[in-house]
Write a protein that binds this ligand. Structure first.
Ligand code: CTP
Length: 401
């Protein structure tokens, strides 16, 4: 059946791209209903959007309707997706503040459909902590954001804030619909972030993991309809909407939390950077610098993934491998040794891969398929690719049952 998209257009210089977005969506067979804010009509005319969408364009809350229905309610109820592209800081601030003063904000407020914002604005505005605060608040409420691109902006400045090309916005929508519920009924356990191994009351051993990869996986699995449990080491990231989070500090705490939930889950993705060693003695008093050299003995922590591989029944088990050389060789060896179904290997020496950054460069390796060598991409994009591979394994498993 034809999907209904409400395309919200707001008053940004990027509004002209909305015409191309509407055109591509119509060509792909979507029914596109356009709502423009009054400010958007200063940049592009409703007539243009009407001709392209082949539907009346909605601007005014108080139009004399041709047929009796309450416009924002019927648009909100009929939508399979509300896409706001471009979305200004003003519109996003209004939605976050719960105000509903024009047709677009009332529709967003009234709809039960997923809402996707594609922000477009000056870098300073985008990076403004107030805007960032509202954006993360809305993400926490389940609203979806298409990340703006970096580049030359209309104001002449260079930086983040450009609306991605219409093809990319439309690809996002297509991806959203095609993967909407392909993990429905699955319980996914994701581990993320580093662990901290205490040395004394004020010091610990840890690593540079930010948790971004694991959180992206948890969010993406949730978006695809899975029940998601996230066991996370310390991070500064917001809890993904609809995901149950257990916070842990040490490898031992993570091990215990994982063991408790493991029998209940269908899929495990172990993205956490678990410490391999912990200080043998945890000193109760702060270690004083009254010596020239401090020797600390370390013990091995439990290999959580190894345990899961040994004890798994029909669960799908996905590990990560962070390497600094001979990536494929080590990853294949870990896949076999830990009895995994998939391993996501990255070479930490490659630019754009590994800890702290928003991107990754990875190869996805499974038992039977040829390795999927991926280019540099965002962790969110990689999360999609990893889940696509997991969905294939789930299908094979279901066919075999
Ligand atoms: N892992 C784990 N428990 C540990 C250490 C690692 O479950 N104590 C998991 C990680 O979450 C990751 C995978 O094992 O999914 C691989 O981690 P990595 O550090 O690359 O490899 P190791 O197995 O620890 O092997 P090595 O350090 O020798 O490369």
């Amino acid at each position: 059946m034809k999907k209904n998209i409400v395309l919200g257009v707001t008053g940004s210089i990027a509004a002209y791209k909305a015409a191309e977005i509407a055109s591509l969506l119509v060509k792909k067979g979507y029914c596109v209903q356009v709502i423009m804010t009054p400010a958007a009509t200063q940049f592009i005319t409703p007539l243009t959007m009407q001709a392209i969408s082949q539907q009346p364009v909605h601007v005014d809350m108080f139009n004399n309707p041709k047929e009796w229905d309450i416009e924002h309610i019927s648009l909100a109820q009929g939508a399979d997706l509300v896409l706001v592209a471009p979305a200004t800081a003003n519109l996003i601030g209004l939605v976050a503040g719960g105000t509903a003063g024009n047709l677009l904000t009332t529709t967003i407020m009234a709809t039960k459909a997923p809402v996707v914002f594609a922000p477009a604005m000056n870098t300073g505005m985008y990076e403004n902590p107030i805007f960032q605060h509202w954006m993360s608040f809305l993400k926490g409420m389940g609203y979806i954001f298409i990340e703006p691109e970096e580049g030359r902006l209309a104001c002449g400045a260079k930086g983040k804030g450009r609306l991605p090309a219409p093809e990319k916005v439309v690809a996002f929508v297509e991806h959203f619909f095609s993967h909407q519920k392909d993990l429905d009924g699955q319980h996914v356990l994701v581990t993320a972030g580093p662990t901290r191994e205490p040395l004394d009351p004020v010091r610990f051993l840890s690593n540079y993991s930010s948790g971004k990869m694991g959180y992206a996986l948890a969010q993406e699995a949730r978006n695809r309809g899975a029940q998601v449990t996230l066991i996370s080491g310390p991070t500064t990231l917001d809890t993904p909407e609809g995901v149950v989070v257990t916070e842990v500090e040490t490898a031992e705490e993570m091990f215990n939390a994982v063991k408790a939930v493991f029998p209940l889950v269908d899929i495990v993705i172990k993205a956490a950077a678990v410490a391999d060693f912990r200080p043998r003695q945890q000193v109760i008093d702060k270690i004083k610098k009254d010596r020239a050299v401090l020797v600390v003995e370390l013990d091995r922590t439990d290999d959580i993934l190894g345990y899961l591989g040994e004890h798994k029944s029909d669960q799908i088990l996905v590990g990560f491998a962070a390497e600094t050389g001979e990536v494929l060789k080590h990853a294949h060896e870990k896949l076999a040794r830990k009895n995994l179904d998939l391993i996501v290997a990255n070479d930490l020496t490659v630019e754009g891969a590994g800890f702290q950054v928003d991107t990754n460069v990875a190869t996805i390796i499974s038992k039977d398929r040829t390795p999927l060598i991926l280019p540099k991409m965002t962790k969110k994009e990689l999360a999609c690719m990893v889940l696509d591979e997991i969905v294939k394994l789930v299908k094979v498993q279901k066919e075999a049952d």
